[in-house]
Design a protein around this ligand. Structure first.
Ligand SMILES: *Cc1c(COP(=O)(O)O)cnc(C)c1O
Length: 405
């Protein structure tokens, strides 16, 4: 089926609404994506027709819920080309997955060991490693960026050594949209015997990654960035890693046998899935993946790339407007400022015109410090956005500029 953005927009009830008396122009997709009817229906169907706890009861409803939940795990496995379904661990999202791995590495690190992160990281990808370093005495090293917001790979290679135990990098920067060369980063880390965790939260809605081909050790993402519900995501880990790292939380569903003397843990994936999970969320994550694949990732990428090109051309006609993140490999995120105007003031005025953009440091303060700015205005586009919406943004930013200068 040919890509038809107007048809696609009909799948998203929220895109039909108005904000402040104007049609909603939703350009905050990097924070969370909107949900198609198929995902909303999936959640309603679960609670209306087969709500039951999973893996516990022999009764029919519990079987149905378990089948749907495990079916979603299988869909996720296939989508990311993961070898075994039990290498897919359901989490509460990217942040949870990162903390699970950081906690798991307690027992592998000691003083003198090093962890490398990139300067393009989200706070959720910095703080857990700082905490891990505090606990273990390991040291945190940072891959710097250049003026374009691109990682300097020659500096990365200098940081790598036999002391490097872990490398953490996002696939795409949420603040600037830069696409990082993760295949190369993984290969270089493996040459030194270090493990790699990739944060896919920002890339999974634009790119379909092949995790086996990448040979990545761990990968985390959140369903809500991919048109799925909030509060659910996955951690992928290679089987040998997941067997080595200890469970993160204790509770029901993660044990094989419990006595007061000793508890033995369940096998994968249950060892990391203590307690009743977000069942409807997991099932709806599967529905979101089905939906995105029905549109097609090649089509999504092509349309978003065209929006990025068009919006960049249009916005740069505004005098005094500066875009941060100008690397060749970038996705449909535009972070910008207008000389002499605070980003928050632009965000407030464009909101009055129905346009949702993000303002602030985007949970990536080190990037803002690098550019010596308090924050930016960030417009992030999804496959359901249109050129008319770009025009509306440009018009609104021009109006804000006139009002504020
Ligand atoms: C959104 C995002 C996160 C955090 O995801 P949560 O769902 O809030 O845990 C982490 N990293 C990147 C790159 C993101 O875009």
């Amino acid at each position: 089926m040919a890509f038809n953005v107007q048809e696609i927009r009909k799948d998203f009830p929220i895109l039909q609404r108005e904000v402040n008396g104007k049609p909603l122009v939703y350009l905050d997709n990097a924070a969370t994506a909107q949900k198609p009817q198929a995902v909303i229906d999936c959640i309603v169907d679960y609670y209306s027709n087969y709500n039951a706890n999973i893996h516990r009861g022999v009764h029919s409803l519990s079987q149905e819920a378990t089948d749907a939940y495990e079916g979603a795990r299988k869909k996720i496995q296939e989508h990311f080309n993961i070898k075994h379904a039990h290498e897919v661990i359901f989490t509460a999202g990217t942040t949870h997955g990162i903390n699970l791995v950081a906690n798991g590495f307690n027992k592998f690190l000691k003083k003198g060991d090093e962890i490398i992160v990139s300067a393009l990281e989200h706070h959720s990808n910095i703080v857990p490693w700082q905490m891990l370093c505090e606990r273990t005495g390991a040291e945190l090293k940072v891959i710097p960026i250049d003026e374009k917001g691109v990682l300097i790979l020659s500096e990365y290679e200098k940081l790598l050594s036999k002391n490097t135990k872990l490398v953490f990098v996002n696939h795409i920067s949420n603040a600037l949209g830069t696409i990082n060369p993760i295949a190369e980063i993984i290969e270089k880390a493996h040459e030194k015997g270090a493990a790699v965790l990739v944060d896919g939260a920002q890339s999974c809605s634009h790119i379909k990654p092949d995790l086996q081909a990448l040979d990545v050790d761990f990968y985390v993402t959140s369903a809500h960035k991919m048109c799925g519900p909030t509060g659910v995501g996955i951690l992928y880990g290679k089987e040998e890693w997941l067997n080595k790292i200890p469970p993160y939380q204790g509770g029901g569903e993660m044990i094989a046998e419990v006595t007061f003397k000793k508890t033995t843990y369940a096998g994968l994936p249950h060892k990391f899935e203590a307690g009743t999970p977000n069942i409807s969320g997991g099932i709806a994550f599967g529905a979101a993946i089905d939906y995105l694949n029905s549109i097609g990732f090649n089509e999504i990428e092509a349309h978003e790339h065209e929006l990025l090109r068009y919006a960049t051309d249009q916005l740069t006609t505004i005098e005094g407007l500066k875009i941060y993140g100008t690397g060749v490999d970038k996705t449909s995120v535009i972070s910008f400022n207008i000389e002499g105007i605070h980003p928050y003031d632009i965000g407030t005025i464009v909101d009055k015109l129905g346009i949702a953009v993000r303002t602030g440091h985007h949970c990536a303060q080190p990037i803002m410090d690098y550019y010596k700015i308090p924050g930016t205005v960030r417009a992030s586009f999804a496959f359901y956005n249109t050129k008319e919406e770009v025009d509306a943004l440009v018009k609104a930013v021009k109006k804000a500029k006139t009002m504020l200068t």
